[in-house]
Design a protein around this ligand. Structure first.
Ligand code: ADP
Ligand code: MG
Length: 705
């Protein structure tokens, strides 16, 4: 049989499962490139959705260009300049009927390219307009030369822009996708969600939705498609959210099928620790502690997230869980996202547990040489509790009997890191995996928690210890900085302590440290009769600890710091906080920082210094901070203003990168996603698998490889 007939036969039986190499024009080289994008079967191409769209359906006059927008322009080359400032570049000035000039700037170009772009050449170009020093420009626009007086032909449809990889241009990829779409079957064959559920939840045709997003019709508006609210996009977003939900549930089920050591001691250590505390647990702490105790007494691994606003007292709850493990002869690993925070846990745990005869080992990245060898040795031979940073997950760390993993401030770790520590603790002989407790101070809106943490059970410590007074917050322009410094002065003379936080966010640790040093010098000279300390990420752990200790002991009145103090730092006597450039920070970060004060009974204040003029978003954020101390309300607002990637802090790890869904925009779909998900898992497991294979199949195959 000739090869083409073989292909035709395969395609007919199950077009979606057909390898891409069966498509006409897809040879081995192209198939390999597509595989790098995870595109191996025809259905992978159907579900390879555009990232965005380009509007090349009309021309924009150079006079009407606006910075930040993408536009298509037709013009004639007026002048060409080759320069070598820092690196070779080619600047091509074009002009059009509006008599205005636009500069096309290239940093990568070859000789023939620069020779082709001679004055007088007519060009059709498309790119993002930027404001440069001397006017508007486009960097590396796409362009095409127009010969003679050939009129520029504009597109009739919006152009989808797909995620792609090196060596695969948009046109070629779009061409392959078009061939795949020609094989798209009718809904009856395509749909994996049972018809009655589609009807019940108003889900429209999947086939039409796919065709629409790949080939928006002539009447589609860029604006409408960009917001993602078109019914076709919503239909696909629903399915994608459903799939993510199913995959987390499946991951959870896989873990739950494994066995964990039962952590159930006599409760004696617990009694002794509680008796030694200067306070009693709040009702919420008791409840959550009980939920954890019940979970870890089981032989299947606990997967629990404890949410609690800053200062709600999560640490003691974690310590109590650790005691149950220790009583059962198992080790506990506690992992924190920053060294400062890990050190603080170390102090608390040693303070609480050493009197009970429990060994608490320390293992951070900066523990090196002999000390590290010793620590590793202690961990391997069974130190009860091991506290550290990510270093706990590194090669060469092996535990004797890891029964419980506690991850603090989980939003800084991705799902992958979470899993990695779990795997690390898995005992290959016994097949046991540790229980897992995740602590987060970022109150996650319910809808988001349901989706992002569908693999975890959630407990909330929704009550603050008694005697806390809410922090009074005000926003003050940097122009009144001097008044603020005066105010700190007065407070310090009354014996109060203050934090002064410098916030350079996007720059390097070195620049952040410098900014803090400058502020430290400024405050030291303005408040010469007060003692001012400085702490930043570039200091050695010992130095940081010495400064923290001095501040805790009340020897320093003011602590100037970078955002290293953002998470977890606990000095109950500090009652004043100044946050510089507060307009640059997101809500949850502001809330975390503010959470450093208001921990004692003294009334606390927070000053948000800002640099005017304030943009709309910054204004709203500062207003929210003034209005409320409620972490949940702030998180809801944050989700609304910034989107879930930021709220969860996982933008970099990409764990929540969707092709089409957007948790903030599509949160209204989540209740239905849950319902449909539950029915599929219970009654249609095959379909659930099909959805996972469809949306994340390729990625999952890679992850397992
Ligand atoms: P977070 O939840 O932000 O991690 P911590 O565990 O650091 O909070 O607790 C904040 C402070 O409150 C600590 O000083 C801790 O000792 C104290 N604390 C915890 N629980 C209680 C309680 N039930 N009553 C009084 N103080 C408490
Ligand atoms: Mg904490």
């Amino acid at each position: 049989m000739p090869p083409s007939r073989v292909h035709a036969a395969t395609i007919l039986s199950d077009p979606g499962a057909t390898p891409v190499s069966a498509l006409p024009g897809v040879g081995p080289a192209l198939a390999e490139t597509l595989a790098r994008l995870g595109l191996e079967r025809v259905q992978d191409l159907w579900f390879h959705l555009p990232l965005r769209y380009e509007d090349r359906t009309h021309l924009t006059s150079i006079a009407d260009l606006r910075p930040g927008e993408r536009a298509q322009v037709e013009g004639v080359v007026e002048a060409v300049e080759r320069g070598f400032r820092y690196r070779p570049q080619l600047k091509v000035a074009i002009t059009d009927g509006s008599q205005q000039t636009l500069v096309l700037r290239f940093f990568h170009f070859n000789r023939s390219q620069s020779e082709q772009l001679k004055p007088g050449t007519r060009l059709l170009c498309y790119g993002e307009v930027r404001q440069a020093a001397l006017g508007l420009e486009m960097v590396h626009p796409q362009y095409q030369r127009l010969s003679g007086d050939e009129p520029a032909v504009v597109d009739e449809l919006l152009t989808p822009v797909y995620p792609t990889t090196e060596g695969l241009g948009q046109k070629r990829l779009a061409g392959v996708i078009a061939k795949a779409l020609a094989l798209l079957p009718q809904d009856a064959q395509l749909e994996l969600i049972p018809t009655e559920l589609c009807v019940a939840h108003g889900l429209t045709s999947l086939r039409e939705a796919l065709l629409y997003v790949h080939r928006p019709p002539p009447d589609a508006h860029l604006g409408q498609l960009t917001t993602g609210r078109h019914p076709a996009q919503q239909r696909l977003a629903f399915e994608e959210l459903l799939t993510q939900h199913l995959s987390l549930k499946r991951m959870r089920a896989a873990v739950r099928r494994r066995h964990a050591p039962r952590l159930q001691g006599t409760g004696e250590l617990r009694q002794r620790l509680l008796a030694s505390l200067p306070f009693g647990l709040t009702g919420a702490q008791q409840r959550v502690s009980g939920e954890i105790a019940k979970d870890i007494a089981q032989a299947s691994p606990m997967l629990r997230l404890v949410q609690g606003d800053v200062g709600s007292g999560k640490t003691i709850v974690a310590a109590l869980a650790a005691l149950a493990a220790v009583e059962s002869g198992q080790q506990v690993a506690l992992m924190a996202p920053t060294e400062l925070l890990a050190e603080q846990h170390l102090q608390h745990f040693r303070h609480w547990l050493t009197p009970l005869g429990i060994e608490v080992a320390w293992l951070a990245g900066k523990v090196t040489g002999k000390a590290r060898q010793q620590a590793l040795q202690r961990v391997a031979s069974g130190a009860h509790v091991v506290i550290g940073t990510h270093a706990l997950m590194q090669e060469g760390v092996s535990f004797a009997q890891l029964g419980l993993v506690i991850v603090d401030e989980q939003h800084r770790f991705g799902v992958q890191q979470r899993l990695s520590l779990r795997d690390k603790g898995a005992d290959h002989e016994s097949g046991l995996v540790p229980h897992q407790l995740v602590l987060t101070a970022t109150p996650i809106p319910r809808t988001l928690a349901m989706s992002a943490y569908a693999d975890l059970d959630v407990s909330a410590i929704d009550e603050l210890p008694p005697g806390r007074t809410p922090v009074q917050t005000i926003a003050i322009s940097n122009a009144r900085r001097f008044d603020v410094i005066e105010r700190i002065h007065a407070a310090c003379l009354e014996g109060r302590q203050a934090y002064w936080v410098c916030t350079l966010i996007e720059e390097s640790e070195q620049l952040r440290a410098q900014a803090a040093e400058v502020a430290h010098a400024e405050l030291s000279s303005a408040l010469s009769d007060c003692r001012i300390g400085l702490i930043h990420g570039r200091m050695k752990p010992k130095e940081k600890q010495a400064v923290m200790d001095a501040f805790k002991a009340g020897e320093l009145s003011v602590l100037v710091s970078t955002t290293v103090i953002e998470v977890g730092v606990d000095v109950p006597n500090a009652s004043l906080m100044v946050i510089e450039n507060s307009e640059r920070l997101g809500l949850s970060q502001l809330h975390q920082l503010r959470g450093r004060v208001g921990r004692g009974a003294i009334a606390s204040n927070c000053v948000l210094l800002y640099q005017p003029p304030l943009g709309q978003l910054a204004r709203e954020r500062l207003q929210v901070m003034r209005d409320t101390n409620d972490g949940f309300r702030i998180a809801e607002k944050d989700l609304e203003l910034r989107g879930p990637g930021e709220v969860l802090g996982t933008r970099q790890t990409g764990q929540l990168s969707f092709r089409i869904a957007d948790l903030a925009r599509d949160a209204h779909l989540l209740p239905a996603v849950q319902e449909v998900g539950a029915v599929l898992l219970a009654h249609h497991p095959q379909q659930a698998e099909g959805l996972i294979a469809r949306w994340i199949g390729a990625a999952a195959r890679y992850a397992h490889a």
